[in-house]
Design a protein around this ligand. Structure first.
Ligand code: UFG
Length: 340
């Protein structure tokens, strides 16, 4: 029988790209999303790319009864749990929203998986759990640092919930993927990131500046202890990231996991500074980005990039798309959105 996967947050940025890769890998998917920070446009995009009437359930994972209905109606064996709030700044102003949304939804998913006998879960974690790392590149063995935002704290607590539930009950298997900085869009330009309002993240701000929606990109700090003074991150293509979920699910279905709960860094292993990213975007797309140096943004860490060796060797996964390809795809998506 064909494997079926429930994708919570399936109308979101990473959820929609993962749904496409799962279908292309021969699996069935059910998408669930409350659409508070996402759009049916992404679901339509998934359907157009895959040519399949992928089922969609509008549901809030915090509503246990409603989510229970999804478990009762569909026969998936695995869950990829993306549904969560993800804005660092907002989480500082509205911590209760973040604790409620991010923790309650995961607890409901875990409880319902056990009630319905569904075994495998992949959880969306983040390199934010490492804080400012003591050495680079960062491996999975690096200590987690105290979280600097409620959002980051929810990722740490969620990992702990999963670890403890899997250890205690014996009827679940899980993989937490610690994403570095996801960017880019599907090569079809039918799905991509859909930020609401003023983008908080670098790449959507860059593409909106290129499109003339924003006047000028602020580069938050050029006086960091890095070669050009701007922050360094590991920008991972969203399609590469989506493929990591497919291999994680397969690993559990085929029983190749080495422990019931595993953690993998999902990054390229390559650190790129903010100024370098802007320059590479300009070169890849043959345009200019109006930008200025602005003060540092509170809470930003200086530099982080992944050591993805464990994912390379254990999952057999590696980032494949070049930064230029990714930056061309992200600009193609912005043009598609704006009709330019
Ligand atoms: N930046 C700018 N100008 C902008 C936006 C961002 O210079 O307008 C800089 C930031 O200062 C940072 C870099 O671009 O140095 C990347 O910033 P993002 O906001 O795109 O990404 P972050 O690394 O801050 O955060 C991301 C995710 C979080 C996650 C975190 C660590 O957005 O959800 O990585 O995992 F928690």
């Amino acid at each position: 029988m064909k494997e079926c996967v429930l994708v919570t947050g399936g109308a979101g940025y990473i959820g929609s790209h993962t749904a496409v890769e799962l279908v292309e890998a021969g699996m069935d998917v059910v998408l669930a999303d409350n659409l508070t920070n996402s759009d049916m446009q992404a679901v339509e995009g998934v359907r157009r790319i895959t040519g399949r009437e992928v089922p969609f359930e509008r549901v809030d994972c915090c509503d246990r009864a409603a989510l229970g209905g999804v478990f009762a109606r569909h026969r998936f064996g695995s869950v990829i749990h993306f549904a969560a709030s993800k804005a660092v700044g907002e989480s500082v102003c509205e911590p209760m929203k973040y604790y409620r949304n991010n923790l309650l939804s995961l607890m409901n998913v875990v409880d319902l998986m056990r009630e319905h006998g569904r075994r495998n879960i992949v959880f969306s974690s983040s390199c934010t759990v490492y804080g400012e790392p003591d050495s680079l590149p960062v491996t999975e063995r690096a200590p987690r640092k105290p979280a600097t935002s409620p959002y980051g704290n929810t990722k740490q607590i969620s990992e702990d919930i999963l670890r403890d539930a899997i250890a205690a009950y014996g009827d679940l298997r899980g993989i937490a993927l610690r994403y570095f900085n996801p960017i880019g869009a599907h090569p079809s330009a039918l799905i991509g990131e859909l930020p609401r309002g003023v983008p908080q993240n670098l790449v959507p701000y860059v593409t909106q500046t290129a499109a003339g929606v924003r006047e000028c990109l602020s580069v938050f700090g050029d006086d960091y202890p890095t070669p050009d003074g701007s922050n360094i991150r590991d920008y991972i293509d969203v399609v590469d990231l989506a493929r990591a979920h497919v291999v994680a699910i397969r690993r559990m279905i085929e029983g190749r996991n080495k422990a019931d709960y595993e953690i993998f860094n999902i990054g390229t292993g390559r650190g790129v500074s903010v100024l370098e990213l802007v320059r590479r975007f300009e070169q890849a797309n043959n345009l200019k980005i109006n930008h200025k140096i602005a003060p540092r943004r509170a809470g930003d860490i200086v530099a982080i990039w992944a050591d993805p060796t464990l994912a390379n060797t254990e999952l057999g996964w590696r980032a494949e798309r070049s930064l230029d390809e990714t930056l061309r795809a992200t600009w193609a998506w912005e043009r598609h959105l704006r009709g330019i």
